[in-house]
Design a binder for this molecule. Structure first.
Ligand code: CA
Length: 230
């Protein structure tokens, strides 16, 4: 899950990046509102964490502009504990949720997971497709209710395909899910991860759409995987 963090406080920004990183998030961090607006428009983020007091462009402005441009990315605002007015204004301007400082990193991660779930019209915390279940909070994957062992990138890849089940994702889109800014990506990285992933999953879980990308077909969750995993 790749998220955009807009925070000008170095200590808080670094803390959030490390804390969310440990909980399986990929965090790109910008320190001013103008950069936040630019990055948000790329559309590659599953959610955004937005401090309201930012240099160059105010957080409220970033928020209003994003919604005026019909950007649907879930946005969670960071506010001071006593700033009730700012929270109300933020929610009314199009924020989806807020968290007060000092930030509890476990609460922040849980709120982000909930926002991302809702953005994908998913109600259950564990997502099931066919024989496969994925639990983002525990960072675990099940096949027929049995936990399987995946490398971090394999997990991220599978999660992206499951969240977008029924839609083809091309290589660039998948890379955007897996890699943060400045990370070295070899040209066949996605193919290699897909290859490893397929060996660990039931046959035909991931389909190749030749010349386009990869797809996880939508399938009803089997009752077996559902019961065992929940
Ligand atoms: Ca600030």
């Amino acid at each position: 899950m790749r998220v955009l963090l807009a925070e000008d406080d170095d200590l808080l920004g670094a803390g959030i990046r490390v804390g969310l990183g440990q909980q399986g998030f990929l965090v790109d961090w910008v320190r001013d509102g103008f950069a936040a607006s630019c990055e948000l428009q790329t559309g590659i983020y599953q959610a955004m964490i937005l401090d309201l007091g930012l240099p160059r462009q105010d957080g409220m402005d970033v928020l209003r502009q994003a919604r005026a441009y019909k950007i649907k990315t879930p946005i969670l605002v960071l506010t001071a504990r006593d700033a009730v007015n700012a929270r109300v204004a933020g929610l009314d301007a199009g924020a989806d949720d807020y968290i007060v400082k000092p930030v509890d990193l476990y609460e922040l991660a849980a709120r982000l997971r909930a926002l991302i779930r809702r953005a994908h019209h998913q109600v259950e915390p564990v997502l099931h497709i066919g024989r496969i279940g994925i639990d983002p909070a525990a960072h675990r994957v099940f096949v027929d209710g049995q936990v399987i062992d995946l490398a971090a990138r394999e997990y991220d890849l599978l999660h992206a395909l499951m969240l977008n089940a029924g839609r083809v994702l091309n290589r660039t889109q998948l890379e955007q899910h897996l890699y943060s800014w400045g990370e070295e990506i070899s040209s066949n990285a996605i193919e290699v991860h897909i290859h490893h992933l397929r060996r660990k999953l039931p046959p035909k879980t991931i389909e190749t759409v030749r010349g386009v990308g990869y797809l996880m077909p939508k399938r009803a969750a089997s009752s077996l995987s559902y019961e065992a995993a929940s």
